[in-house]
Design a protein around this ligand. Structure first.
Ligand code: GLN
Length: 446
């Protein structure tokens, strides 16, 4: 019944929303029949879900919404996918995204843009725009996305759903197509904080295939949702309430903070003085790592290969020229430049130093408070095409989310009302590996 319902919703809404790049209808139905006769004990058993198209799925095309991966059928599934399958979940399909997760609106998809279910002429955010839109439109109860600089939280905010970026190292990245490996994390987009807790528990944990995953016992997150935040210390970082934040967004977030205070939390001001440098540091570190990660798409090993090449070099050149979109090329160029000898110290090394300062800002703040609150995004969803001509204004959208990735911290975006009829999200940032306090606070508010 759930699979049929999910398929009906996809049929009814996806022609307009265009969240899916692949619907695995036949496999999903077959699996539902297969699971029907089994004794299922997992919370996620029989529950449909969908995946951002940068998560490898065995024998199901995985494109990262890029021409260069057209026709790529991975020989294995990502660890998170395997875990959801082991929990008897049912995959409904793969979701649209900005090409290689580079973008904030899903307009950088090589296939088509996804639309915001709340207002079809607006973007769903990105890069996990397909995931946020599919959950918001009720096509699947939950989806997995990836977050390198805000790509789970920003689209969650734009589409009025919950989006969680776990601590770096909590969830295995094995089988996630790498964008910027020191920043990427996989996390859930859901309707509620409770659902986020359940999905997180299912996907977290040490994986021998990802050396950066951390060996810690995975808590029973659902147990931390007590509703009690009496005495919790919540920090407001003034740097996140700059004049760039829209007044409607600011009002909704301030109302949410008021609500947390009424629930017994103590609100304190904290300072994260290096916040203004986060965007610049990110746009050196992320492209630098991307330029290295994307070197593997050479037309030999994966997906697309250009035709009529005269020799090997020409084949590489043609494949990459035809296969990558313009934002991806821009990032490869910036990254290669920043890493080249003679510039490395001036750009990449300095950016890494700034990253350390940002992490220290958070360390100092978390000596005083348990959770930090901010808007997730400076504005609500913008119109399709509004920012495509100017990459810098597009980059500005991630101003509140990027510092969190640089510091490796967990953060969640929770819906906190509407501004001009569009959803607003507020962001809660936690201490490393303290998803429990984060989820407890978000759940108490919700
Ligand atoms: N919008 C940011 C970028 O383009 C973040 C993307 C992400 O988190 N994957 O890099």
């Amino acid at each position: 019944e759930l699979v049929d319902f999910s398929l009906e919703q996809i049929q009814a809404f996806d022609e307009q929303v265009q969240a899916f790049v692949t619907v695995t209808q036949a496999q999903a139905k077959e699996r539902a029949v297969h699971l029907q006769d089994q004794l299922l004990t997992s919370w996620l058993a029989g529950i449909p879900f969908a995946l951002k198209d940068n998560l490898c799925t065995k024998d199901v095309e995985t494109t990262c919404s890029s021409k260069i991966l057209r026709g790529y059928h991975p020989p294995y599934s990502a660890t998170v996918v395997q875990k959801l399958e082991d929990a008897s979940g049912i995959l409904m399909g793969k979701l649209n995204m900005d090409e290689f997760a580079m973008g904030s609106s899903t307009e950088n998809s090589a296939w088509f843009p996804t639309r915001n279910p709340w207002r079809l002429d607006c973007v769903p955010g990105g890069s996990s725009g397909g995931a946020a839109a599919a959950v918001a439109a009720g096509m699947v109860p939950y989806a997995l996305g990836s977050d390198t600089g805000g790509s789970i939280r920003q689209p969650a905010a734009f589409c009025g759903v919950v989006g969680l970026k776990p601590t770096y190292g909590l969830v295995s990245r094995f089988g996630l197509v790498a964008y910027a490996s020191s920043l990427d994390q996989i996390g859930p987009l859901t309707h509620s904080v409770e659902d986020a807790a359940i999905v997180l528990e299912a996907i977290a944990g040490k994986d021998r295939y990802d050396a950066t995953s951390v060996a810690r016992e995975v808590p029973h997150y659902i147990e931390s949702l007590t509703g009690d935040i009496q005495g919790l210390r919540i920090g407001i970082a003034k740097e996140y309430f700059s004049p760039n934040i829209d007044s409607g967004v600011r009002m909704a977030v301030e109302a949410a903070i008021g609500q947390l205070e009424r629930l017994g939390a103590r609100i304190e001001e904290v300072s994260l003085p290096h916040t203004p440098y986060a965007l610049a540091a990110y746009y050196l570190i992320a492209p630098a790592e991307a330029s290295s990660n994307l070197a593997r798409y050479d037309g030999v090993r994966y997906g697309y290969r250009a035709e009529h090449a005269e020799n090997l070099l020409d084949m590489y050149r043609k494949t990459r020229s035809e296969g990558f979109g313009s934002e991806v090329k821009r990032r490869i160029l910036i990254g290669t430049y920043a890493l080249s000898s003679g510039y490395y110290d001036a750009y990449y090394k300095r950016a890494q130093q700034v990253r350390t300062l940002i992490r220290q800002d958070f360390d100092e703040a978390f000596a005083k408070v348990d959770v930090i609150v901010s808007p997730t995004t400076p504005t609500t969803a913008f119109r399709l095409g509004e920012k495509t001509e100017d990459p810098l204004t597009m980059y500005m959208n991630d101003i509140c989310t990027i510092p969190v990735n640089l510091a490796g911290l967990p953060a969640i975006s929770v819906p906190c009302g509407l501004a001009d009829g569009l959803p607003v999200g507020f962001q809660l940032i936690g201490r490393m590996f303290d998803e429990q306090t984060l989820l407890r606070t978000a759940h108490a508010y919700e």
